[in-house]
Design a protein around this ligand. Structure first.
Ligand SMILES: [Fe+2]
Ligand SMILES: [Fe+2]
Length: 280
């Protein structure tokens, strides 16, 4: 019987996007059906395997998008989202493969389901891109999400603080205006895909809040104080409005966590690539 860590690693090592999607779905299914041992026999790679496309650029080098509402601009927005979802697959399986042994197996239940949803999100956006005559890899993308993961590779509490509770929460903030832009352009199909993704993402942020709280409780840490400290230490960007307060609240990420944090963030800290858009 395969161990859970090895199948998570296989997702990260998949180079071709379709192979990664299949591996992610199979891993989540096999875990659900009790076909994997709760063991982590192999370490996670420092970086997931990547094709040579999309080209990864620093955020400041990303090309400007075209006229609002044009097909070119909509393709650029969907391409950026496809990349976010693609990296989100790796982030979910890295979280389980790297830190799963520290938690009860319910942690793996939850995050493998998240990973399978990220795979579905990628597949939906990738298919939409193809209908519009483009494909994932056609445009450059930026590497901020994985940089945030690499910076927290040795600390489960910091990883949960930054990836689901800062970056995925930023996705909650960023998605409604994107949906409005697709609707204004008459692209209701893309808008529907984004709405579906936005609804799922509330659950991903909620999973972050829940398991961050679990780990804080085991160590008798105050979750809000601990989160604010870890975000200042591990996240170079500002946690800044506009916030989607209702979606954040639904996920359990109350204002006590994030209000006023923007002002406390150290401005001398390097601006991370993850400033652009949120994670889905
Ligand atoms: Fe997500
Ligand atoms: Fe997603």
């Amino acid at each position: 019987m395969n161990d859970l860590g090895s199948v998570c690693r296989a997702v990260l090592e998949a180079v071709d996007p379709r192979t990664k999607v299949m591996a992610a779905r199979a891993a989540a299914r096999d875990w659900r059906l009790g076909r994997l041992r709760f063991a982590f026999d192999r370490p996670m790679p420092a970086r997931p395997a990547r094709r040579d496309r999309p080209i990864l650029l620093p955020p400041s080098h990303m090309p400007r998008r075209g006229r609002a509402g044009s097909q070119r601009t909509r393709i650029a927005m969907l391409h950026a989202l496809a990349h976010i979802e693609y990296v989100a697959i790796d982030l979910a399986f890295d979280l389980v493969g790297r830190f799963g042994g520290m938690f009860p197996d319910r942690f793996a239940d939850r995050w493998l389901a998240v990973g399978a949803q990220e795979a579905l999100h990628f597949a939906l956006v990738d298919r939409r891109l193809r209908v519009l005559g483009a494909a994932y890899g056609d445009l450059p993308a930026h590497d901020g999400l994985w940089e945030a993961a690499a910076a927290t590779a040795n600390d489960a509490l910091a990883r949960l603080a930054v990836v689901p509770m800062v970056l995925e929460a930023r996705g909650l903030d960023a998605t409604p205006p994107m949906i409005a832009r697709f609707e204004a352009a008459g692209d209701m199909t893309s808008a529907r895909i984004l709405k579906r993704i936005a609804a799922d993402e509330v659950g991903h942020v909620a999973a972050g809040v829940e398991w961050f709280g679990y780990l804080c409780a085991t160590q008798r840490f105050d979750p809000v104080e601990t989160w604010r400290k870890l975000v200042r230490q591990n996240f170079g960007g500002a946690v800044k409005p506009p916030f989607n307060d209702s979606a954040r609240d639904e996920a359990g990420l109350t204002k006590a966590y994030y209000i006023g944090l923007a002002a406390d963030c150290d401005p001398s800290h390097k601006e991370p690539a993850s400033q652009q858009g949120g994670q889905s």
